[in-house]
Design a protein. Sequence first.
Length: 246
Amino acid sequence: MKKLIAGNWKMNGNLETAVNLSRSIVEQAGDVSGNSDLLLCPPAVYITRVLDICRDSFVAVGGQDCSSYQSGAYTGEISAAMLEDTGCRYVILGHSERRQYHNETSALVSEKAAIAHQHNLNAIICLGENEQEREQSLEKDIVGAQLEESLPPAVTAKNTIIAYEPVWAIGTGKTATPEDVADMHQFIREKLQEKLADSSAIRILYGGSVKPDNAQELFKVPNVDGALIGGASLKAEQFLAIAAAT
Ligand code: PGA
């Protein structure tokens, strides 16, 4: 399966950097598009600008979150319908920063994913244990429960992607070892198989300090079907080097 290389820009940059970064990536995307699908998730206010730049290119655009409501009096929220309307095809949901700083539960993530699906968005559902949970060897309990509770009904390989992101590896420069990644991705694959008919085609991304120098090793791991990249997605050459490592 073609790997998905997704950039999560988080709350970084400004209009100028968003335009320059997406332009540079679009210009060189043809070189890496044979082995990987590219996705950029800019801050919401820059999505339409980035979409204009990515139109007719190999690069897709997605949101970093969406509301669990369809529309209405929810100040500050962005709906799945709005993301669809602008031309987004993906949305990241349940990122650990949303779970941690905005108290998002897996039940809420599941509601958001169901609405995302109604609006033809591919939901990238993030899962991952924190450092304390890993030290206590609870990672599979945590990730298994998050998976169980975050998936909405009617999940298919066309509308859902899983991202395993150990929280202790995000933005820290620490990455899980290839053995740990292999073990967890295999576990997630088996869990998906228990639940769904066509689960073998569901992509499972790894995230957490993915960089050009560790990407190749990670992409060799079975059941690693791409990467969700934070810091290194803010530099076109690093993002493209990770894509080239596929
Ligand atoms: P990082 O972030 O690559 O900076 O560790 C990954 C993520 O949060 O998706």
